[in-house]
Ligand binder design. Structure first.
Ligand code: PGA
Length: 217
């Protein structure tokens, strides 16, 4: 069985209380060994998330949703990769919401990727299409067409598979699809030969829906 990545991107959602509630609903979940489930909470709940995963022996890993382009030092408001490494072993870089809202460009994203790798984090790198610039040293590629994010209009599994095939000629790395993934459609992506999992936003906020996704993927 191929490994299947299920990456929950909580974005700017959930207080500590809401994280406690989410885990109280999902704490008896089990998952097949081939599922790599990575929860990406906001920075403020990384510690709580890690504690709850450890206490409940859940088969989950942790990622952050962003990282500083700088190392430790005088960078007010930034959180660097060595700090994140206390809690997480993955980081999402290049999400289209950050490209759009924070004006993050290819150069900055490649610097973030380098800092993440130096700090020992694995990089889940988001691309918007086959033409997006991808740093060589990323670990996982997540194809997230902008029209599909949070809209309820996902790309077709056939098209996602086409993008996967094209990219895998250049990068022999796990390829994820993201954009309006739900329990209803997850299997249509993960059953494709070249698709190795999904990046899940809205549907991961609800523990029942996310639990279903884990079971069905
Ligand atoms: P969505 O978000 O599942 O809510 O469409 C996916 C993402 O932006 O990572």
């Amino acid at each position: 069985m191929k490994p299947i990545f299920l990456v929950a991107n909580w974005k700017s959602n959930k207080t500590i209380k809401e994280v406690l509630e989410w885990f109280s609903e999902i704490k008896s979940i089990t998952a097949d060994n081939n599922k790599k489930i990575i929860i990406c909470p906001p920075f403020t709940t990384l510690e709580t998330t890690k504690r709850l995963i450890d206490e409940n022996s859940l088969p989950f890993e942790i990622g952050s949703q962003n990282i500083s382009a700088f190392n430790q030092g005088a960078y007010t408001g930034e959180i660097n990769s060595t700090q994140v490494k206390d809690f997480a072993n993955y980081v999402i870089i290049g999400h289209s919401e950050r490209r759009e809202n924070q004006k993050e460009d290819d150069l900055l994203l490649s610097e973030k990727t380098d800092r993440a790798k130096e700090g020992g984090l694995k990089v889940i790198y988001c691309i918007q299409g086959a033409g997006t610039v991808i740093p060589e040293n990323v670990d996982v590629i997540a194809y997230e067409p902008v029209f599909a994010i949070g809209t309820g209009t996902p790309d077709t599994p056939e098209n996602a598979e086409k993008v996967a095939k094209e990219l895998k000629k250049r990068f022999q790395k796990p390829f994820l699809y993201g954009g309006s993934v739900t329990a209803e459609n997850i299997r249509s992506y993960t059953s494709k030969e070249e698709i190795d999992g999904a990046l899940i936003g809205g549907a991961s906020l609800d523990p029942h829906e996310f639990g279903k996704i884990i079971n069905l993927a």
